[in-house]
Write a protein that binds this ligand. Structure first.
Ligand SMILES: [Mn+2]
Length: 323
């Protein structure tokens, strides 16, 4: 791929390469409740570092989702132990806008730990000693691809599939606006390297459990429109959230053509809501999330709110007055 098309600052890329070449042992991590981009990107980068003769462990704050267990390396992902005896010499944080979001993996940090931050969140706090961060990449996995290319490490079918999963996850199957021509070029190269596109798509998108589908049914039952049909709100009580996975229910609000913003209110603990926000085209939902201490992307973000179901449900018209 022509170098000029890289969505990256070349000085940052050189620093990242030096960081990777200069260490012998690495810990790789991502945000709590790690998603497909973080898991795929970390596993692929682990493979790349091992190709370079380095030691690399993937360590998360919590166990990785079962839905990703088809990825090679999934079983070897470690869950952070409390108070590890040895601090990390070099920590690579993928897909994580702030250091606090790595959760308990912070216990691996010591005074001499060097951090490489690889990310595409636009609200990234650039917390690394080296920051390979650009909002112009579809995914952190896409950035890992550019690193592999610059390092001259050929991608095995396994690594290609891990990266393809990350890209497919973050672009919603190449549908979201953060998908660029470069994303397609990278994906094409990953397929050429052996990523099974039909297999990965099937595992990623057709992997619901019966309880999760039932929870979706409850969420759809609750769906209501506000602001002249432009804001959809889905609401799940604590009991309903506890019954099955509800990560994707927010996307269903956008299936109604008039809807610009979809909000899922999920009562994770009694009166404590996890709020997921999605927008179609105009509204920057990351601003709304940030106003409530959350964050994310222009079209997909989240935050947490406390209150009763009735007060929380009053919020949409207040959150989006100008819509
Ligand atoms: Mn991502």
């Amino acid at each position: 791929m022509p170098r000029k098309k890289l969505p990256l600052d070349l000085a940052a890329l050189q620093e990242a390469l030096a960081f990777l070449r200069g260490g012998r042992r690495f810990i790789l991590t991502s945000h709590v409740n790690c998603d497909g981009d973080g898991i795929g990107g970390c596993l692929a980068l682990q493979g790349i570092l091992r190709r370079l003769g380095k030691r690399a462990a993937v360590v998360f704050a919590d166990p990785p989702g079962e839905q990703y267990n088809f990825l090679e390396g999934w079983q070897s992902i470690e869950v952070a132990a409390p108070a590890p005896a040895e601090k990390a010499a070099r920590l690579i944080v993928l897909d994580c806008p702030s250091l606090g979001r790595i959760g308990r993996v912070q216990e691996h940090l010591g005074p001499r730990t060097r951090i490489l931050d690889i990310d595409h969140h636009k609200d990234s706090q650039l917390f690394g000693h080296v920051n390979l961060v650009t909002p112009r990449a579809s995914s952190s996995s896409e950035l890992v691809y550019h690193l592999a290319t610059a390092l001259g490490v050929p991608l095995s079918p396994t690594m290609a599939e891990q990266l393809y999963l990350g890209i497919l996850f973050d672009t919603g199957g190449f549908r979201y606006s953060l998908t660029t021509p470069t994303t397609f070029s990278v994906a094409a190269e990953l397929v050429r390297c052996g990523a099974r596109l039909d297999f990965v798509a099937d595992r990623l998108f057709n992997n619901k459990s019966l309880p999760a589908l039932k929870v979706l049914g409850k969420a759809l039952d609750s769906l209501a429109l506000y602001c002249g049909g432009q804001v959809a709100v889905l609401h799940l009580s604590h009991a309903q959230v506890s019954a099955g996975d509800s990560d994707e229910v927010v996307n269903f609000g956008l299936m109604i053509q008039s809807v610009e913003v979809s909000i899922a209110l999920k009562e994770e603990q009694p009166r404590k809501y996890r709020v997921s926000l999605r927008s179609r085209q105009r509204v920057d939902v990351s601003r709304v999330a940030a106003a409530f201490g959350g964050g994310g992307h222009t079209r997909a973000s989240g935050c947490r709110l406390e209150g009763t179901a009735s007060t929380i449900r009053c919020l949409p018209p207040i959150l989006f007055p100008g819509i």
